[in-house]
Design a protein around this ligand. Structure first.
Ligand code: C2E
Ligand code: CA
Ligand code: CA
Ligand code: CA
Length: 279
């Protein structure tokens, strides 16, 4: 029995070693991804409610790895966060997105907003604000056209410090969105402590809005509360016509989800903009 136990332990540690080896491999590849130009940005349109007009787009990072093929952000962002690689990667995303936004503004789509996800390490990095200021200056992107997405979980460690960073963003003229709203531990106290202008209601609340009255009442209350605080509301993960119609009735401001559009390539969104955006 003793030797069996030992075998089991060996087997187990072998598995851990394989997992670790894979992780190290992934990390090595992730380190090279920027120089190899393997990252690409996709864009998911955010629509005005009750209309076909595009209000903006969320930038979503894609990694086309030489070694692993297309890797979902769910599979590499946590590792990038853990290793700190998210700092240069996040900076790359900001610079690319701001360059693109400037081109769109020059082409006449200046009112269109661009939503960019931030990560915890990035937001809490001591150079974050100065890096951001440099990118804005370098690219000529107007801060009012940017909305930076933060989540409650990335700010719980030191909510006062986070609040000062968000205040600096707002002073720069940048809009701040609270992403995945409702999924944190204390969404309401976060809202009380943090200066944000937009709430993005998490997909989990939208999912059964049409079958579960309880959920639709919660969403209704979130929208009403947000409006009385002068916040704008985006509903995320809208997948059906029925969800869309309920959300329109509840006076949500903006809609994002597969029902209207999946995240698409640069070429695809440019075609869409030409078709549907009022310049
Ligand atoms: P998120 O910020 O909550 O982004 C929304 C995710 O939901 C995206 O997944 C999007 O494709 C997906 N989605 C949108 N509408 C629908 C829908 O109607 N149905 C369903 N089932 N899904 C929908 P994606 O692109 O795989 O990104 C996953 C997460 O990775 C993001 O969640 C975000 O946390 C992170 N991420 C993506 N790009 C970046 C980035 O540039 N920086 C950082 N720090 N994180 C990023
Ligand atoms: Ca987001
Ligand atoms: Ca989200
Ligand atoms: Ca999320």
């Amino acid at each position: 029995a003793k030797s069996q136990g030992r075998n089991r332990i060996q087997l187990f540690s072998k598995e851990i070693n394989i997992q670790n080896a894979k992780k190290i491999q992934l990390e090595t590849q992730l380190q090279l991804a920027i120089e190899r130009d393997e990252f690409v940005l996709h864009y998911q349109p955010v629509y005005q409610s009750n209309s076909n007009e595009i209000y903006g787009a969320e930038v979503l990072l894609r990694w086309n790895s030489q070694e692993f093929g297309l890797v979902s952000p769910m599979n590499f962002i946590p590792l990038a966060e853990e290793t700190g690689l998210i700092v240069p990667i996040g900076e790359w995303v900001l610079r690319q997105a701001c360059q693109q936004k400037k081109r769109w503004s020059d082409a006449g789509y200046s009112t269109m907003k661009i939503f960019i996800n931030l990560s915890s390490r990035q937001l809490n990095h001591p150079n974050f604000i100065s890096v951001l200021e440099n990118i804005l200056e370098e690219t000529g992107c107007a801060p009012e056209e940017l909305s930076l997405e933060v989540t409650e979980s990335m700010m719980i460690k030191d909510i006062k410090y986070s609040a000062t960073i968000l205040e600096q963003l707002i002073e720069l003229g940048i809009n701040v969105s609270l992403d995945d709203f409702g999924t944190g531990h204390s969404s309401l106290s976060t809202l009380k402590l943090l200066p944000v202008q937009t709430l993005k209601i998490d997909k989990s609340f939208i999912d059964d809005i049409s079958i579960d009255y309880k959920n639709s009442y919660i969403v209704k209350a979130i929208i009403e509360m947000a409006h009385s605080l002068s916040l704008h509301v985006v509903a995320e993960g809208v997948e059906t016509a029925e969800q869309l119609s309920i959300l329109n009735d509840l006076s949500v401001d903006y809609i994002q989800g597969f029902h209207l559009s999946k995240p698409i390539t640069l070429e695809e969104i440019e075609t869409l903009l030409e078709l549907s955006c009022s310049r």
